[in-house]
Design a protein. Structure first.
Length: 476
């Protein structure tokens, strides 16, 4: 090569060697894997072409090496995603940059993830909500089918504490079972009732307040209810046909309320809504007679004389309303019902006695001329109702007191006893018949014969007297 030509500026394109001559190493096998020259940092890269014929210098920093690196080249968002041929030739980019793929939008990717998560949660929530509804609606059936049923009864040995339940007249297994559950005695409302059915038991439960424990088995609860020692003394059993005096005595015995307190509370019937008949008061009678309903009552331990009497009066009003008795006719119906209650034993006979009373009160009756002639009324007015006999003394039959229907025509001045539901209903719904007389010919069975003429009546009176002669201790 001409030296002068090489030193003269502008002399044109100067050839530049493309690479350093490959060193020769005879001691190393000439294979690509073992050739150190390929991976040497001493080699010079191919120089880019120069349009001004100047020799291009490559700094050490720009020198590309063939040395392999353990780290992958890092891409940044600042690198261009496209390149031109001029950029390739002037060295501002390289072929590595042409295939660069920018990273995806992370914000958009996060939003998509949250949407997907929300959809999944909605699906799972719907499944959970449906399962919850099905479980709450059909839990008992599901448990039964799957065999997951919980025990209906408490286990033995859990009984603790103390509680009370009230058994009212007429209560059977089902309401008693509910009362036991409400008091915390049994585990489920039907446990006691199911136990009675499964064991085939049908016991008779006495009304009253019973003391029991909580968390008892149904078997133990039944045993406690059958034990009279667990029955608290706040119960009063009042028979049908009792008078006010006898009723107040029963209440006192059942509640412990002093009899004097009850008598004082009964002195003013108007306090309980009962009309006071001045004629009854004037004769020394009891205006509350007929208004104290006969039944078995269970009182709260806090019961007073006034609250006890009000309970009985309210029960009478309930019976009158059930029978359809008008308010203005209550006293008259109670008077008739009180006579029926004392004269008859069975429902059919009560309806017939009701008819006899109406037939005798008929103004057109030419047989008895308006007199009822009921022994019960004569006995009540004379004060011998509870002497143990059904026969009236001559003194009672001729006493002019306003209750004596042998002496006075029409109904007595007021009721003679406290009637029950059947007697009140019979007073409102008498049987159809022409009867004017009746007599009970057998006091043990209550057999009663009804007749429409006095001669027929006397025949059965003889039959009754004959029976009394054969049974002197039967209350004739």
């Amino acid at each position: 090569m001409d030296t002068a030509a090489a030193d003269t500026p502008g002399s044109g394109f100067q050839p530049v060697p493309l690479r350093t001559p490959r060193p020769y190493r005879p001691d190393i096998e000439s294979t690509p894997e073992n050739d150190p020259w390929l991976f040497s940092g001493d080699t010079m890269p191919a120089m880019p072409y120069s349009r001004n014929a100047a020799t291009t210098t490559v700094s050490a920093a720009a020198t590309r090496t063939a040395t392999l690196s353990d780290e992958e080249p890092k891409q940044t968002s600042e690198r261009p995603t496209t390149a031109t041929l001029d950029q390739l030739f002037d060295g501002s980019t390289s072929t590595d940059d042409i295939g660069y793929v920018p990273p995806k939008d992370k914000k958009r990717r996060r939003i998509g993830g949250w949407i997907a998560l929300g959809v999944v949660l909605l699906i799972l929530g719907g499944i959970a909500g449906g399962a919850y509804y099905v479980w709450n609606t059909y839990e008992d059936k599901i448990r039964e089918v799957m065999g997951w049923e919980e025990p209906k009864d408490f286990e033995e040995g859990l009984a603790n504490g103390e509680t009370t339940i009230t058994i009212e007249s007429g209560f059977t297994g089902q309401p008693i079972s509910q009362a036991l559950y409400d008091a915390g005695v049994i585990k489920t409302p039907d446990a006691f009732y199911d136990y009675l059915i499964e064991t085939g038991q049908n016991p008779t439960f006495q009304p009253g307040v019973y003391k029991l424990q909580k968390q008892m088995t149904s078997e133990a609860a039944l045993a406690a209810l059958m034990d009279s020692a667990n029955r608290q003394e706040f119960t009063a059993q009042i028979p049908e046909g009792y008078t006010v005096d006898g009723t107040l005595e029963r209440i006192s015995e059942g509640t412990g309320i002093p009899l004097a307190d009850l008598q004082a509370a009964a002195a003013d019937p108007s306090a309980y809504g009962v009309p006071v008949d001045p004629a009854i008061v004037a004769t020394g009678g009891q205006p509350l007679e007929g208004w104290l309903f006969p039944a078995t009552y269970t009182f709260d331990p806090s019961v007073t004389a006034q609250s006890a009497i009000k309970t009985l009066v309210d029960r009478t009003v309930q019976s009158l309303d059930a029978a359809g008795v008008p308010v203005e006719d209550r006293q008259r119906i109670l008077t008739i019902a009180s006579i029926i209650q004392r004269e008859a034993r069975y429902e059919a006979d009560m309806q017939k006695v009701s008819r006899v009373i109406l037939n005798r009160l008929d103004p057109g009756n030419q047989e008895t001329f308006g007199k009822l002639q009921m022994d019960s009324t004569a006995q009540y007015g004379f004060g011998e109702m509870h002497d143990g006999t059904v026969s009236s003394s001559e003194e009672a039959l001729n006493d002019p007191n306003p209750w004596n229907t042998y002496y006075h025509t029409g109904l007595p001045i007021g009721p003679i006893s406290n009637p029950g539901d059947v007697a009140i209903d019979a007073a409102m719904h008498p049987a159809d018949g022409p009867w004017l007389y009746f007599v009970t010919v057998n006091l043990d069975t209550g057999e009663t014969v009804f007749t429409s003429t006095y001669s027929e009546h006397l025949e059965y009176v003889d039959q009754w007297q004959q029976w009394c002669g054969e049974h002197p201790d039967s209350g004739c």
